[in-house]
Structures are given as C-alpha cells and as structure tokens.
Write a protein that binds this ligand. Structure first.
Ligand code: BDP
Length: 679
C-alpha cells in the first residue's frame, strides 16, 4: 500500500465481522428518483461493501424523507428542521439498514457515514445515528498557483493540471472530491490567496467549469481567489477603486461571465492590502467598501469571503493587534453575502496561539475560521503533528462575549459562516507528503462538520480506516497523535513563544534573527529575549493586546502566577529567574519544556517501531523514516534554542542537562535553499 487510497481504502473485514455485518448490509437500493448525487452515493456504497464484505447481504435503503413508503415515515422524524446535508442511519422495521435524508447531499453524506461506521469497525446492531453539519461552509483553500507551484505546499506540485483542462480531467480529481465529500467538505477555493488575475480569464473559467461539473455530484462547489486589481490587470482600466462605476461594472460583467459557465459558482475569496496584495486601501477606501463592491457583483448568486489577515507595514503597534483594530470598527458594515475569514489566532498559524480576539467581537458580521492544514510552522510534512487538538482548542474557547454570562464559543460564532482550511494536498502519491498528514485533512473536515468531536475520537476512526481496526493499534496511536501537537509546541516554541522559525521557509529554529526588513517578521520581535528576561508584554504595561479580549477572558491571562503557562510568554515579559508554577526558574522551566518535547518524539518513534505488525511494510517504513527525521530535528530545535537563549541570558545549563550538540554559530549558519513551498 502506498497511501493513495486515503481513509477510503475499505480494507476487508475479518471473517467473523464480515458475516455479522453481511447479514445487514448489501447493495444499495434507492427509493424514489435517482440523481447524479444519489448515483454517487450508491456507487460509493457498492464500492465500499464489495471491498469490505466481499459478498453482499440485504440491501441498504437510501431514501429522501418525502419518498419513504408509509410504514417507514417514522424514520424521517428526527430529520425535521435539520440543515442541508443532515441524515439519519437507522434500522427499518424489517431489520434492513436505511439512510434517510431531506436532500440528496444528505444521502451522500449519510452513505459515507455508514461506510465510515463499518470501516472503522463499529457495531451495526441497533444502529441509529442522526447527524447534520454544524457549520454551513466547510471549505478547503488551495494555495496553488496556475503554474502548478503550491505556496507552503509540502506534497509536490498542485493536483490541478490546468494545462490539460478542460479537455482532460485527471481521475485523481474525482478521488479528491470523494475524499472531501466523505468528510463533509462542500467548497474548494482552487487557487492561491496571493492570486494571479489569470484565473479570472475566459481561458481559466472554461477549465474551472469542467471541474465544477465533475465535482457537482459530490456536493463540492468551486470558488476562486480574486485579485483585487484585476480590472486593471485584465480589464485595461486605470483604476481598481471599488467606488468607481467602471470598476463596479467590470466585476459585475466578470461575475455574469462566470455564472454563465458555472451556475453554482461559490464566490470569491480575497486577500487585500496584506503582504503586498492590492486592495481597496490603495484608493483610500475601506475593506468594507471593497468587499461590498464584490458582493454586489455576485448578487444573490454567491458569497465574498474577505480575509482579516492584515498587518500594515511600518506600524508601531504590536502586530497581533492590527487585524482587530482594522476590522472591529467595520462590524455591521458588510453586505449580507460577505463573510470575514479570520485565522484561528491573531498572529499566523503558530503551533500555539490564543484564539483570535475578533471571534465574538463582531456580532453583526458573518465569520469564518481559517485553519492551516498544511504545516508551514509545524515541521512541514515530515513531522508528525496531529492538528485536531489545536483546532479543537480554538473552536472550544469561550470568547467571553456570550449574553447574560453564558458561554459563546469560537465555534458558535461561526454558525453563519464556517471553517476554511489551507489544503495540504499535492501530487505526491499519498496526497499529503506524510501519511499522518492525511489525518489533518480528515480531522479538518470532521471538525468543520461537528466542532464538538474530540481529537481522540477523530484520531481513532481515522487510524482504524487508514491502517488497522485493531484496538491494540488504534488506541495507542490515537493517544500519540493527540499528544503530538503539544510535543511540537514543546520542542519548537514552549511556554507561549511564537514565530521562532527560520526566515522565509519557516523551517527549523532561528530565534536569533533580527535583521529582516519588517521588524514584525523577526523572531526577536516575538521573543524579546535579553539579558534580563524573555517574552512579549501584552498586558496593560505593554502593548495591551489583552484588552482586545472580553474582560472575563483577559483576566485569565493577566496574571502570570495563576494563568495557563502554555500562554505565558505570549502575554508576559518575565525575568529569567522568575519562579514558574513548577517551582523552577523560568530559564529552567524553558529547558525542561524543550526536553519534554524531545522526549515525546523519541517515544513516538519507539512506539511506531513496536507497532510494525499492524501496518503494511511500505507505509510503516515511510512513517518510520519521517519519525527519524522528526527526532533529529526536535533535538536540533531544542539545542539551537537553548544555545541561543542560554547565551542571551548568560545562564548555565541546569545540572544534568545535555549540552547542545553544536555551537550557536553552527546553528546560525544553517541555510535551506532547497526548502519546499517557499514563494
Ligand atoms: C503566511 C504564509 C504566506 C501566506 C500568508 C497568508 O507564510 O505564504 O501568503 O500566511 O495567509 O503564514 O496570506
């Protein structure tokens, strides 16, 4: 096996289970009229059952709620009022299993859910599952360029072969859509937010239409990142001012052209006035002016997703405060078909950040949470870092903005928007570079469907479908996966440190870098380490970024002595001899955390070696190779960071601690011109 089949490999059930399941499951039978989507559902069920069960038993029923025969109408009762895509899997009076839904997409999702249930080894007796998506938009954002390069992509080239489209559609793109549909993803932005206007030309619209036709039966709509200056770049206009009538006309005509080719086109994603991208502020207009102009061009047909990832160049203000300052005053000023897309944290996809203060602070604006599935800051595709705990932490955080003292979680603020994940897929045979990176794609979809799922639950069902159903495998592997994110935090950026990665590529440690053109790109800007102490004071005595949070939340981070120390140096600048909650000095605690991270990776590698008998040889070796890299690099992160911070503070290593393998100069001299994904 090479990983290409993802979690949809439908490995045969062992004989005893197959016999038991077989008594209940067989070729799908549709009540009512068929559609491309119900056909997709039926063909997936057949494919899965054939592979897992070999022979077939009694047929599974697929039915829309309105088309159930009289005696079965009770089956549909729990579906009343559920959003689109909701389904119920239950047993009929005659013992046959039925998948029932209000709409075709619900039948498709229900079919995948039934397959997941069987494939992960769950019991079918008395099955009764009702489920519906918590968030309307469950989206993947590709940072793929029209030439096939993937920004921050660590799994090869883009999966989109624009050169051959529309004449040839790689069947891989259907498998990609099946994988997405299986976890409830319903929207895909096919191109980079650092957008090329080329994607809006007739030549590409034609290619996109072919893709949209192919994905429609699997419930996936195509979206585009739109370059704000396109009226100038393509339209020959002298301006892209959103209030200019000619500019407005250009976008309206462009939208009409797209909708003629793709009637269910999702809409535009826009990165504006951020990191050099054009935007409305180039003409003295606000982000709302820009977004609303595009929203009007789309009209009722589609949605504009406007990114909140902005941090003006030359600003004296703490970078993590800038998006809030820019967008909070615009609450209520966006058109109803605009969604503001906010990264999970206020900085930039770090191994750990507090949740973004805009969540909960914009009650009159539709919000979307942006997560990064591709591991730009967490060891690329080589490090095993399961991201469900990171996202679950953000989604479950109480924003403190609930009414009457009630909780309002980040997930709850997304109810009119959704979740977007920066895709980690590429042309590599296993899609994601590392086999365990498939789990992040999977977990993203599962959490966007149900933000209350636990990371452990997701890890177990993924591991069972992907590798082995044996609990002797899934239980320890899930435990390791769940702990892996904290391990990365510990060996890269413990105690609330952030953005300590190497220049440009963001791979490996570089806490010493202080000479980049924009101060807020420097690791030293974030660690603020000097002879006396370390950390960024974001309390009232410092940048007061803390004040952007609701008081009930801010209070938990205000006091270094009582707070969760995972955020300590994010909010506080402290002396090296400050006494942490463990009783150790800050310096010693820092070293202890690096050591804990390294030890966790050593343990992960040892555990994987022990589990060899549960995994096919090739994938076992692939993972073992990557774990060996991660192990070496965890040591490198720890050693380089300790060498640097130790030198800055002039602190001796705590007794019994291992000395870094090399001198600080050696670490500082490392360069990686071949690092992938770097624009
Ligand atoms: C940063 C990436 C950069 C992206 C940017 C963004 O380094 O490649 O363009 O995020 O989200 O983390 O726009």
């Amino acid at each position: 096996e090479d990983g290409h089949a993802l979690w949809l490999r439908y490995a045969p059930l062992d004989e005893a289970t197959a016999i038991a399941v077989n008594a209940r499951l067989g070729p799908p039978e549709l009540f009512g009229n068929s559609s491309p989507m119900t056909q997709a559902a039926q063909s997936e069920l057949s494919r899965g059952f054939d592979a897992m069960l070999g022979q077939s038993g009694r047929g599974v029923i697929l039915a829309r709620a309105g088309q159930l025969p009289g005696g079965d109408s009770g089956l549909a009762e729990p579906l009343a009022g559920l959003p689109s895509g909701g389904y119920r899997i239950a047993q009929r009076h005659d013992g046959r299993v039925a998948v029932v839904a209000n709409d075709d997409i619900g039948l498709l999702y229900g079919s995948f859910a039934l397959l997941r249930h069987v494939a992960s080894g769950a019991n079918l007796d008395a099955i009764d599952v009702t489920s519906a998506p918590a968030l309307p938009l469950r989206m993947l954002d590709h940072w793929d360029n029209p030439d096939g390069f993937v920004e921050r992509g660590y799994a090869g080239r883009s999966i989109f072969n624009w050169w051959l489209l529309p004449d040839h559609l790689d069947p891989r793109l259907i498998d990609y859509a099946r994988a997405n549909a299986s976890i409830g993803i319903n929207a895909v932005v096919v191109n980079n937010v650092n957008a090329s206007a080329l994607m809006l030309t007739p030549r590409y619209i034609e290619k996109l239409a072919r893709l949209a036709d192919a994905w429609r039966p699997l419930g996936i709509r195509v979206w585009l990142s739109a370059r704000f200056s396109a009226p100038r770049d393509l339209g020959g206009l002298s301006t892209a001012d959103p209030l200019d009538p000619q500019v407005r006309r250009w976008w309206k005509d462009k939208a009409d052209e797209i909708y003629r080719a793709i009637p269910d086109f999702g809409g535009f994603l826009v990165k504006a006035n951020s990191e050099g991208q054009p935007g409305p502020q180039d003409y003295g207009r606000t982000h709302a002016d820009g977004a609303n102009m595009l929203a009007q061009a789309l009209g009722g047909r589609g949605t504009v997703i406007w990114r909140a990832f902005v941090y003006a160049s030359g600003s004296e203000t703490d970078r993590v405060k800038l998006a809030y300052e820019e967008f909070k005053p615009l609450d209520g000023k966006f058109a109803s078909n605009v969604i503001l897309q906010v990264k999970n944290g206020p900085l930039d996809f770090q191994p750990r950040e507090p949740f973004h203060p805009l969540f909960g602070a914009m009650p009159h604006t539709r919000l979307m949470l942006e997560a990064q599935i591709t591991k730009e800051y967490l060891g690329f595709a080589t490090h095993l870092a399961f991201l469900a705990p990171l996202w679950a932490e953000a989604l479950g955080a109480d924003t403190g903005h609930g009414e009457a003292g009630r909780a309002l979680t980040v997930a709850q603020t997304l109810a009119q928007g959704g979740m977007a994940g920066v895709a980690n897929t590429g042309s590599d045979r296993n899609w994601t570079g590392g086999h365990f990176d498939q789990a992040n794609w999977y977990a993203f979809g599962r959490l966007a469907w149900n933000p209350d799922l636990s990371a452990d639950e997701i890890a177990r069902e993924w591991a069972a479908q992907t590798f082995s159903r044996d609990p002797a495998f899934t239980v320890p592997v899930a435990e390791t996966m769940v702990g892996s994110r904290q391990a990365v935090v510990d060996y890269m950026t413990p105690l609330g440190l952030a953005h300590q990665m190497g220049t440009g590529h963001h791979y490996g440690p570089a806490p010493w870098v202080s000479d980049l053109s924009r101060p807020e790109w420097n690791p030293t800007y974030y660690n603020r380490a000097d002879k006396s102490g370390i950390g960024f004071d974001r309390t009232v005595t410092g940048s007061d970024a803390l004040a952007q949070y609701a008081p009930s939340v801010a209070v938990h981070w205000a006091d270094a002595a009582t707070m969760d120390e995972d955020y300590l140096l994010w909010f506080h600048h402290l002396q090296w001899d400050y006494q942490t909650q463990s009783g150790r000095t800050l310096w010693r605690e820092l070293v202890a955390r690096y050591d804990r991270g390294v030890a966790a990776v050593d343990a992960m590698a040892a555990q994987w070696a022990d589990l060899a008998s549960y995994v096919d040889a090739r994938r076992h070796r692939d993972v073992a190779d990557f774990l060996a890299i991660q192990k070496r690099e965890a040591h490198w992160w720890r050693d380089a960071s300790i060498a640097y911070f130790g030198a800055v503070c002039g602190c001796d290593l705590p007794p019994g601690t291992r000395t870094p393998a090399h001198s600080l100069d050696w670490y500082e001299a490392q360069r990686f011109p071949d690092a992938p994904g770097n624009p």
